[in-house]
Ligand binder design. Structure first.
Ligand code: IDP
Length: 161
């Protein structure tokens, strides 16, 4: 385990990020991981998964009644996904900004969706939309033993002590 400065609120905040099947197919994994790394967030869990419809139906529980839900299920089970947990100060909100609007047509250039996608049904990446949702999604996708506690050597340069 590592020491954390208690004066920096939310430094241990975590979020669930996924490279969706289209992002994996299009060989965007490296570029997507790079954006979170270069920002200064810490990767605490990562795995490649072929997900079940059961897991997805829990993950997208709020969307069951949407007309696009069946096609969303087909999309998300169409190939492997890279599931990740990233940690850092304000990581949930910062990740949503890095990822951009749900509809790529509205996602700003410089965001992942704004740079790498054009249609809402193939928007390459997922990011939890609140701290509460992040906790649920991390618990759904990862075992506790799959999350690694470690300290990066540049920690003091990213978080002023
Ligand atoms: P989010 O992924 O930005 O949090 P949500 O509204 O939670 O957005 O939707 C989950 C996912 O469902 C989106 O990322 C997208 O892949 C898909 N989706 C949302 N709205 C539509 C739609 O109108 N048509 C097709 N797919 C959609």
């Amino acid at each position: 385990s590592y020491t954390v400065n208690p004066d920096i609120p939310g430094i241990r905040e975590q979020t669930f990020i996924a490279v969706k099947p289209d992002g994996v197919q299009r060989r965007l994994i490296g570029q997507i991981v790079q954006r979170f790394e270069q920002r200064g967030f810490r990767l605490v869990g990562l795995k490649m998964v072929q997900v079940s419809e059961e897991l997805l139906s829990q993950h997208y529980a709020c969307l069951h009644r949407k007309p696009f839900y069946p096609s969303l299920l087909r999309y998300m089970t169409s190939g492997p996904i890279i599931a990740m947990v990233w940690e850092g100060h304000n990581v949930v909100r910062s990740s949503r900004m890095l990822v951009g609007e749900t509809n790529p047509a509205e996602a700003a250039p410089g965001t992942l969706r704004g740079d790498f996608s054009v249609h809402i049904s193939r928007n390459v990446v997922h990011a939890s939309d609140s701290v509460e949702v992040a906790k649920k999604e991390i618990a759904l996708w990862f075992q506790r033993s799959e999350l690694i506690e470690w300290e990066t050597c540049d920690h003091g340069s990213i978080y002023h002590p």
